[in-house]
Ligand binder design. Structure first.
Ligand code: RIB
Length: 315
């Protein structure tokens, strides 16, 4: 039977603007060559869609507004075979919106207006545990109270917790989530939580030890962009190089990586293989535009891996 993963996190509509460069303060740019579009996003939704497309039994608990964006997102999740039973429609707040600028090198800048995501309470989260999850997956795009309550319930029920610590907030009480199975974060988030720039193995290790001490994580996984991923298991550290691929848009790559890693790990229990699986999923995501629109299916991922193996020289 497939593992059931409960994602308690955020849902946004992304307004994506593709620009040749971002404006300076006070500057107006007429972007003749650019485009804009509305693409379903949100760190939680991107993760839930990744899990569903990779074959997991995903239950998504989030809050949306009673508006057209909320309806569009809900029907997308249903069409992706995500269990939406525990989603809440907030009559008072709009659906979350992210404003995303994507430059020609694929790098992005994101501002999130939380809307209904920002009203999730500890009480809201409780009911979702009735789905008997095998794992709980959390991010920080919802209020701290909701994250901490989800961890409290998961600990009580002995359910492993996976945290993708995005977006980072210096004042988030990391000790309140301990102990977790896996704690994953990118370079910026590592800097914010530890004050250490993960530019070398020594710095990655110092940061990972600090994070492990605070979260009690069995595994700390640092996402280092084009340098790949760094794993610390409490004793040793390991480097996993990123896949070589032409970058179109990095939006959601971090969400896809950690969600894919979690699915694989839950099914197979091998953290190294799970990170390699996450790297491949993230590579396909950065080769495509947008958030949810960039997420690969299991068939696409298998095809990519097959082509890569066939293309590699014989030993
Ligand atoms: O990680 C990418 C996501 O961050 C976007 O989809 C946006 O909605 C923000 O949550």
């Amino acid at each position: 039977m497939k593992k059931r993963i409960l994602v308690v996190s955020s849902a946004n509509m992304d307004m994506v603007q593709k620009v040749s460069r971002v404006p300076f303060s006070g500057e107006t740019i007429l972007e003749h060559g650019g485009t804009y579009s509305y693409v379903p996003g949100g760190k939680g939704a991107n993760s839930a869609i990744t899990m569903a497309r990779l074959g997991a039994d995903c239950v998504f608990m989030c809050k949306v507004g009673d508006d057209p964006n909320g309806k569009r997102l809900t029907s997308l999740y249903k069409s992706e075979h995500i269990d939406t039973r525990y989603m809440i429609v907030d009559k008072e707040s709009p659906t979350g919106l992210a404003s995303i600028l994507v430059e020609s090198n694929g790098a992005n800048r994101i501002i999130v207006f939380p809307g209904a995501n920002g009203t999730m309470t500890g009480k809201d989260v409780e009911g979702a545990f009735n789905c008997y999850p095998d794992a709980v997956y959390l991010q920080f795009e919802i209020p701290d109270e909701a994250v901490i309550e989800a961890c409290r319930i998961a600990h009580r029920k002995d359910i492993p917790i996976f945290i993708d610590a995005a977006p980072a907030r210096e004042d988030f009480p990391l000790e309140a989530v301990a102990p977790v199975e896996m704690f994953s974060l990118n370079e910026t988030e590592t800097m914010i939580f530890t004050g250490i720039d993960p530019t070398s193995d020594a710095n990655c290790l110092r940061a990972a030890i600090k994070l492990r001490n605070r979260t009690g994580a069995k595994y700390v996984v640092l996402k280092l962009g084009e340098r790949g991923a760094f794993l610390f298991d409490g004793e040793e550290f390991y480097n996993y190089p990123a896949e070589k691929i032409d970058v179109v848009d990095t939006t959601a790559a971090g969400d896809v990586f950690t969600a894919a890693l979690t699915c694989y790990y839950m099914e197979n229990g091998n953290i190294g293989a799970a990170i390699r699986f996450g790297n491949a999923a993230a590579a396909l995501s950065v080769s495509r535009a947008g958030a949810s629109s960039s997420i690969p299916t299991l068939a696409e991922l298998n095809e990519y891996k097959k082509e890569k193996d066939e293309g590699s020289p014989e030993e």
